[in-house]
Design a protein around this ligand. Structure first.
Ligand code: G6P
Length: 370
């Protein structure tokens, strides 16, 4: 096992560090920047099916569901096709409105999750075109879908999903950009800008790992005894906040909640005092000014702010207790970059608490029962 861990103390840490490679592997042969194309066998033959879909429904569980939420933002922004994201366990029991005009995408690392499988079968019965985004080749979900794309992130051993998540975001980005271009919503110029940037994301993830690792490890000492955590983000980074909170609670057993930053005033703000650490994902994009005021509100209540910001940021950085910098990128790819230090934060806090990082209590890597 020590050999399999490749010198890392845990599989989770190894998998976090593998991300520049795993994201690269996800894109390998699929982005051809020089030729200006995205080549994806799975979607190539079905572009019209997607284009004409009344809606796309994404079904998944856990971390894969968070990837699905980001997929919704990506597909709606670039392809302008309506997207709904559902927990597989809810979808399957509520007689969902699905017809043969629909596309249903299942996202699953293992390809074996019972609820996701059952939800897909239901969608298939209702005549939808079903598409799979799986990591495990030849898994049950991969086999029943009409078409799909493997994430090719390599085996993920740690129960808390890390590299599979960023691989899912990569595939969803490719699908959204490809559809957007095919549908005529993305100009050639925007398409080129996006694929060039996506192609460069593995380098940026490498940079994030190198520049944030020691600092995140260091600050985790200050938070190992926390009893609660809040994670906030807006837009593309709202689901990234949900995922950051899930990582922490899964492996450290600290209660953590993710929230869209603006919703803070409808509840979580009541919990903020000097004992509440708040991770805020605030790249200098989109509605940055709104995030600035969220941080002001938190500081006025003495909350401890750990901010993930774009390199060179001054405004949020000047108010935050801890500043984690990520490189600038297109907003739609910022969740990939922001997730990496949050994975490290969850990891180091869990290690300090003596938790079994790779096999947290009560959790399973693949949930094959209901
Ligand atoms: C379990 C795992 C999670 C995973 C979820 C969905 O809860 O512990 O890491 O996100 O199942 O799994 P899937 O294999 O369908 O992505």
């Amino acid at each position: 096992e020590q050999i399999e861990k490749g010198g890392y103390e845990h599989f989770m840490l190894k998998e976090i560090f593998e991300q520049p490679k795993s994201i690269h592997d996800t894109m390998r042969g699929r982005i051809l920047v020089d030729e200006g194309i995205i080549k994806m066998a799975g979607i190539w033959d079905h572009l019209e099916r997607f284009k004409n879909a009344h809606k796309i429904t994404i079904i998944a569980c856990g971390t894969s569901w968070h990837a699905g939420l980001i997929g919704e933002y990506l597909i709606e922004e670039f392809a302008r096709i309506p997207v709904e994201v559902e927990y597989a366990s809810e979808f399957r029991y509520r007689n969902p409105i699905i017809s043969d005009k629909d596309v249903v995408i299942a996202i699953s690392q293992s390809g074996e999750t019972a609820d996701t499988m059952a939800a897909l079968k239901l969608a298939k019965e209702k005549g939808a075109f079903i598409y799979g985004i799986c990591n495990v080749v030849d898994s049950s979900i991969a086999r029943i879908t009409d078409a799909g794309s493997y994430t090719h992130a390599g085996p993920e051993i740690g129960v808390a999903s890390t590299k599979a998540f960023t691989a899912q975001l990569t595939i969803l980005s490719l699908i959204a950009i490809k559809l957007g271009h095919h549908n005529g919503n993305l100009s050639k110029q925007d398409f080129m800008k996006l694929i060039t940037e996506l192609d460069n994301i593995p380098n940026k993830v490498e940079e994030v790992l190198a520049s944030t690792h020691d600092y995140v490890k260091e600050i985790s000492k200050q938070y190992a005894d926390a009893t609660n955590f809040l994670y906030l983000g807006r837009g593309y980074n709202y689901p990234a906040a949900l995922e950051g909170a899930l990582k922490l609670k899964e492996i450290s057993y600290i209660h953590a909640e993710g929230y869209p930053a603006a919703e803070m005033k409808h509840g979580p703000i009541a919990l903020i005092d000097e004992n509440m650490p708040i991770v805020i994902i605030a790249p200098k994009k989109g509605h940055y000014d709104k995030i600035v005021s969220n941080v002001q509100e938190i500081k006025a209540r003495k909350g401890k702010v750990i901010a993930v910001v774009t390199r060179g940021d001054e405004q949020v950085a000047s108010m935050a207790d801890h500043v984690i910098e990520i490189p600038d990128s297109e907003e739609c790819f910022s969740p990939i970059l922001a997730s990496v230090p949050l994975q490290l934060l969850a990891y180091y806090i869990a290690v300090l608490r003596g938790a079994n990082v790779d096999q947290p209590r009560n959790l399973a890597k693949s949930v094959t029962v209901e």
